[in-house]
Design a protein around this ligand. Structure first.
Ligand code: ACO
Length: 346
């Protein structure tokens, strides 16, 4: 059954201890993003790999993935450095300042350091102190997970203005001797401000993980005894990930629509994790969505893991495609194996 857009859905309004008067929901009030300036085209990657005696081509990369370019951060530029301008952008677009924020969640698999969290570092760089701040690690599903946690905290009354960021410097964990992975990823950051609201906002979320598939996508290294142990470089069984991703993106999409009492025809926009245009278009087709409703930035950004969904959302908002009142589905899928979807009215 399709509900009218204004009807309360999925979430039962909780008793609130704080937040905007009468607020029972959370709503995205601003979006932001940032890409490091160094842009590498596929032909730049061809040249870079040729210097190592490895062959690739623009044709192979475009045909298999849809990727034409990616951005890499310079040495010494960390995840928090990319998160800062994205966060400021989101705050500005919401008409807020950092002192309004009472919760910061940063989704990243490439944190500045083992600890403290990139969220604490970001808080300090924003010049505010005292609000809750923590990192969330769900690889490429990280932003969808983080938005779901922030929504729960806002609806429960433990936060009223949450800054939710996805930021990655995946170039740091790429094996530039492995052409099957190093051409796929890029660096960047995206952010949203999520505020308490009397009207929805976030309609429903659906999150999953299946640790049986740990090995198909991992960076199996850590620090121990003052040394790196294991392999701190990304490893992926691409075809296995592809197969799983196609199935779970469809099931999460259907599950989140059902939770919200909406149907595919209510969707104005689908913004899936930006890993591969073939996976994204396949998901849109299964949901019988015209490809015009699919937001794709993978061609220009590559796969920026936890940053990919908020980056694509911000591009779609700033370009005027996603407008207030539109119904949007975000989807993540990645290492863990993790996946999930969030449905919201913008
Ligand atoms: N340039 C040229 N040839 C290449 C390259 C390259 N960069 N990489 C691989 N090849 C070759 C392979 O060696 C292989 O050659 P062979 O047939 O002679 O052995 C051939 O191309 C085909 O390789 P496959 O791996 O089978 O190619 P496939 O069509 O599966 O595409 C890809 C690979 C793009 C990685 C695809 O599997 C994919 O997109 N997988 C999903 C990735 C994804 O969704 N990730 C999301 C999560 S990311 C995260 O969580 C961090």
């Amino acid at each position: 059954m399709t509900r009218p857009p204004s009807a309360p859905v999925a979430h039962t309004p909780p008793g609130r201890s704080s937040g905007a008067p009468g607020a029972a929901f959370s709503r995205i009030t601003g979006t932001g993003s940032y890409l490091p300036p160094r842009r590498l085209t596929n032909n730049d990657m061809v040249e870079m790999l040729a210097a190592r005696g490895i062959e690739t081509s623009d044709e192979w990369i475009v045909e298999r993935t849809g990727i034409r370019a990616r951005h890499f951060a310079d040495d010494g530029v960390n995840a928090s450095d990319l998160a800062l301008p994205a966060a400021r952008d989101a705050l500005e677009s919401a008409g807020r300042t950092a002192s309004d924020v009472d919760l910061i969640i940063v989704a990243t698999s490439t944190p500045d350091m083992v600890f403290p969290s990139t969220a604490s570092i970001l808080q300090h760089k924003l010049g505010v102190h005292g609000c809750a701040a923590f990192d969330l690690q769900a690889v490429c599903s990280g932003f969808v997970y983080a938005l779901t946690v922030a929504d729960s905290m806002v609806r429960s009354g433990s936060a009223r203005c949450a800054l939710v960021v996805g930021t990655e410097v995946f170039s740091r964990i790429l094996d530039f001797n492995d052409r099957t992975t190093c051409v796929l990823f890029g660096d960047g950051a995206g952010a949203v401000l999520l505020e308490a609201s009397a009207t929805p906002g976030i309609l429903a979320a659906d999150l999953h993980a299946d640790g049986r598939h740990l090995g198909i996508l991992c960076t199996p290294g850590t620090v121990a005894g003052g040394q790196v142990s294991g392999t701190p470089l990304l490893k992926m069984d691409g075809p296995a990930v592809f197969k799983l991703a196609v199935g779970v993106l469809e099931s999460a999409a259907r599950a989140v629509l059902e939770k919200a009492g909406r149907s595919e025809s209510d969707l104005d926009w689908l913004i899936p994790h930006q890993a591969n245009i073939r996976i994204m278009q396949g998901t849109a087709r299964k949901l019988k969505l015209p490809l015009e409703k699919l937001v794709a930035t993978v061609d220009e950004h590559g796969n920026t893991s936890a940053a990919s969904v908020p980056l694509a959302l911000d591009v779609a908002v700033k370009s005027g495609r996603v407008k207030r009142g539109d119904t949007v589905m975000l989807e993540g899928v990645g290492g863990g194996f993790t996946w999930g979807a969030v449905l919201f009215d913008y």
